[in-house]
Design a protein around this ligand. Structure first.
Ligand SMILES: [Zn+2]
Length: 408
């Protein structure tokens, strides 16, 4: 794979903002940007070309919100009708300019996953699988999962990419200024999750400017053995005469990004508010910089969606109360499908200082895989401790592992 090889030898450059460029060309307030893949292909070709001319190596298809929740047989355009031209517009730009990789761009579904929302995990996997199927068939070079704010949805997207293609997978998340995802994950837990899933590169995009991303990048670099991507906005946004403007200019953006490359980012680009001009200036400052591939970190961690437990330094306490062995009350709770009893055991153990919770729901007379799935899903709503899946049933193990944001 050419891209996987190139990543080992030089800094790679992603493209920048898309939405604001389309708005400048007349995209209406309520209009879905993805519909312009069909309605205004010449504009998309021009945007892609201008990023390639700026020196970008990777351009994103205009498919951030392309999924069957927004595009299906009931809507003006089907998913197929949106994604096929999106890839073709990007490919056409690469052909004209003679260089560049096309990334299939995937954003969040826009729905919350269970147990916080009502989208089932495997439905989320399926939503991504559908888009990825079209993108792969149309010949994208990599899959870029971006702006993810929930670890579980992030996992659904990466699994769909891994299970339906051999392409490189890049994944970036959106942190707040405290370095947290919307659902609570921090840098270390995101890195543990994504490294467990063996992505090719991981990092941060959107939400913040390069200045605010630096401390978060430091946290990521401290634990990541995988190349790190940084795609910030053009600073922090504010509203000026009804328009969104960003607080740093092209030169300051580029200078901050040069620092970010010096810190150890391997792949850099921009997000909201950045333009071909931002990218060109940044690339001018960064192109000759040496690539600093991350060293392999010798760490053993287990993670939940929001925290990691490091194995090795201090004693780790694993709560074993969610386990029927020798506990007649717990056995009865399993037979009675008494979730409340099981969840209460989790909360009590967390309150008493457990670091990790063992989860064993094996009883010969119950359907262990579905019980395991249900218990794991519900546990993640009441505790943020990492779970230790304890079963001899490989089907139960697989279903639990897909559903948890664990990373051993
Ligand atoms: Zn953005």
């Amino acid at each position: 794979m050419r891209l996987r090889d190139e990543m080992k030898h030089r800094i790679l450059f992603c493209d920048g903002g898309m939405g604001s460029l389309l708005q400048a060309q007349g995209l209406g307030a309520g209009e879905l940007p993805e519909t312009w893949n069909i309605k205004r292909p010449e504009v998309l070709l021009e945007v892609h070309r201008s990023y390639l001319q700026a020196g970008c190596d990777i351009i994103n298809t205009n498919t951030f919100g392309a999924n069957r929740l927004k595009f299906n047989s009931q809507t003006e355009y089907s998913l197929e009708e949106i994604v096929v031209p999106a890839v073709r517009n990007a490919r056409a730009a690469v052909e004209v300019e003679g260089h560049g990789y096309v990334a299939l761009d995937l954003g969040p579904t826009g729905k919350l996953l269970q147990p916080l929302g009502d989208l089932a995990f495997e439905d989320a996997v399926d939503i991504y699988r559908e888009v990825i199927g079209i993108g792969v068939r149309e010949g994208v070079d990599l899959i870029l999962i971006e702006t993810m704010s929930d670890s579980l949805e992030l996992k659904a997207a990466v699994l769909a990419a891994k299970e339906n293609s051999e392409l490189p997978v890049f994944a970036t998340v959106i942190f707040d200024e405290k370095g947290r995802l919307l659902t609570g994950g921090d840098a270390a837990s995101v890195v543990a999750l994504l490294e467990g899933l063996k992505v090719d590169a991981l990092g941060i995009n959107c939400g913040l400017g390069p200045v605010q991303m630096k401390p978060i990048l430091k946290d990521i670099l401290a634990v990541s053995s995988t190349p790190v991507i940084v795609n910030p906005n053009a600073g922090l946004p504010r509203s000026e005469n009804g328009k969104t403007v960003y607080d740093i200019g092209v030169d300051e953006f580029a200078a901050e990004m040069a620092d970010i490359v010096d810190m150890g980012a391997c792949i850099v680009g921009g997000c909201c508010g950045t333009t071909p001009e931002h990218l060109e200036t940044m690339i001018g400052l960064c192109r000759e910089k040496p690539l600093k591939l991350p060293e392999k970190k010798e760490r053993t961690v287990v993670s939940s969606y929001s925290q990691t437990v490091v194995i090795g330094d201090d004693p780790v306490i694993i709560g074993e109360r969610i386990n029927p062995t020798g506990k007649s009350k717990f056995k009865q709770a399993l037979r009675d499908h008494d979730l409340e009893y099981i969840l209460k055991e989790a909360v009590t153990q967390q309150d008493n200082g457990a670091h990790i919770l063992d989860v064993n729901v094996g009883l010969p007379e119950i359907d262990e895989p579905s019980m395991m799935e249900e218990v794991v899903r519900e546990l993640q709503a009441v505790t943020d401790l990492p779970l230790q899946i304890d079963t001899s049933d490989t089907c139960a193990m697989e279903r639990a592992l897909r559903l948890t944001t664990e990373s051993p």
